[in-house]
Design a protein around this ligand. Structure first.
Ligand code: FE2
Length: 254
């Protein structure tokens, strides 16, 4: 199988070095053109079926029967993340759960509302697979933005709440929406390209995206791997409520 051959040929040492030195590793030609086209066709069908706005979905259960349902195992994404984790976490994190999200920005100004929502992910590693990325001359393509200033990978629940609050509150989000602040903080800009796979430490890296035109759909699949707080009941409750909240918002299209 072509994809698995590609995975076997991956240089994990190089990927880890890139994540540690540049904040992110890019794997070229991860999907061939036919696969990208097939996935793009699926996204357009979903968008056309929901003219009020389609936001994608959270979890695999909502992708049943779609070409995205088993994409993690078909392309060996879970194996790649499993191989990388010990070198990122130093065997501290035992959780091996993969949490899949299809994120679509389109219609009703979704691409504007979701811009500059900087955050840390809840999981140690994040793989980002762009499916549909606008190529607009006005620059409203939803570029991926991230910081090289990273927090430590840890399992202290209170510290995690405080760190997340510092970034994910409306005042910080306001300042981070200003380009001179982003320049001062040396935030990096990555123009995503369908067919590539991007891997970074979502837990450690502040990240978000630039505005995306409401007229041009942007679709990415996110694979979140290894939860440092998998044993923490408080965290599980907060996460469960968050999934329900996002699910509900997507259902009512807000
Ligand atoms: Fe994220």
């Amino acid at each position: 199988m072509k994809e698995l051959t590609q995975r076997r040929n991956l240089d994990f040492k190089h990927i880890i070095n890139k994540i540690k030195s540049d904040g992110m590793a890019e794997i070229d030609n991860f999907l061939d053109e036919d696969s990208v086209e097939k996935l793009q066709k699926y996204i357009f069908e979903e968008i056309n079926n929901q003219p009020k706005g389609y936001m994608g979905c959270v979890g695999k259960k909502n992708l049943k029967g779609s070409p995205l349902e088993n994409i993690d195992s078909e392309y060996g994404i879970n194996s790649i993340l499993e191989s990388l984790l010990p070198q990122i976490s130093g065997n501290k994190i035992k959780d091996k759960k993969l949490y899949q999200v299809l994120r679509v920005l389109f219609g009703e100004n979704q691409g504007l509302k979701k811009a500059y929502k900087f955050h840390y992910d809840a999981y140690a590693l994040t793989a980002l697979l762009p499916i549909l990325i606008p190529e607009r001359e006005d620059g409203m393509n939803g570029d991926f933005l991230y910081s090289m200033q990273r927090r430590k990978l840890h399992q202290n629940f209170l510290r995690n709440v405080i760190e997340k609050f510092i970034i994910q509150n409306s005042i910080s989000q306001f300042f981070l929406s200003k380009s001179f602040i982003r320049k001062k903080l040396n935030l990096k800009v990555c123009r995503l390209k369908p067919g590539k796979l991007y891997i970074f430490s979502g837990f450690q890296t502040i990240h978000g995206n630039s505005p995306c035109s409401p007229n041009s759909p942007r679709a990415t699949v996110l694979f979140h791997y290894a939860d440092p707080f998998s044993q923490n009941m408080c965290f599980k409750l907060v996460e469960r409520l968050n999934i329900l909240r996002v699910d509900l918002k997507r259902k009512i299209g807000k």
